[in-house]
Design a protein around this ligand. Structure first.
Ligand SMILES: Cc1cn([C@H]2C[C@H](O)[C@@H](COP(=O)(O)OP(=O)(O)O[C@H]3O[C@@H](C)C(=O)[C@@H](O)[C@H]3O)O2)c(=O)[nH]c1=O
Length: 177
């Protein structure tokens, strides 16, 4: 088994393509395997597995992160439908501070985004009933969780939607100062 690792514009973030075994029923995908990532020098030790279900296309959840010392690394996959997934660098001192990278992830494509600790993550659904699966390194600490506004002008992320469905928290999130 092998893994394809494509470095993204945000330092330390990757688009990963993991093995997918197709047959007449559909397929079997390997979402994460410790040894595969270790061999690629991506040391990722997930502690939680979460998923996010979204009723309709155009649902946007962004840009979420946890502040130090509660930073989380994430492996993000789309297990139903299709999403446009974004990583944003919020690490002070990073050579790619405030840069972003995006990829389309779809059910059955066996592609994932690796989001390093200290970066923020967001996505918009491109199809109804899209479901996003996360593996997360680090625990959820509500008091440390934070959001940057999805349309922050410093980031200028070209979302493929203009009027997304947002949570109240995300709609009113602060801009980067
Ligand atoms: C993120 C999270 C939320 N929750 C709870 C809190 C709240 O009652 C409910 C919904 O939380 P939110 O509105 O923050 O969920 P959501 O907007 O879907 O947040 C997610 O957005 C994407 C972009 C990510 O990267 C994820 O890590 C996560 O932050 O779920 C947990 O219990 N554990 C968790 O790890």
């Amino acid at each position: 088994m092998s893994i394809q690792v494509t470095p993204l514009k945000v330092d330390g973030s990757y688009l990963l393509t993991t093995p997918f075994f197709s047959d007449h029923r559909g397929g079997f995908g390997v979402q994460w395997e410790k040894n595969l990532l270790d061999e690629a020098n991506i040391v990722f030790r997930p502690e939680n597995a979460n998923h996010s279900y979204n009723w309709t296309a155009g649902t946007l959840r962004a840009f979420h992160y946890q502040s130090p010392p509660n930073c989380q690394a994430k492996l993000v996959s789309c297990v139903a439908g299709k999403i446009w997934d974004v990583v944003v660098d919020l690490r002070s001192g990073s050579p790619t501070l405030h840069q972003w990278a995006a990829s389309e992830l779809a059910a059955g494509d066996s592609r994932s985004h690796y989001i390093p600790a200290g970066c923020a993550h967001g996505f918009v659904t491109l199809e109804d009933h899209s479901t996003v699966a996360y593996l997360i390194e680090g625990t959820y600490v509500a008091a440390a969780s934070a959001v940057v506004r999805w349309n922050d002008p410093t980031l200028a992320v070209p979302w493929p939607v203009t009027n997304p469905i947002l949570s109240d928290k995300d709609r009113n999130a602060p801009f980067i100062r």
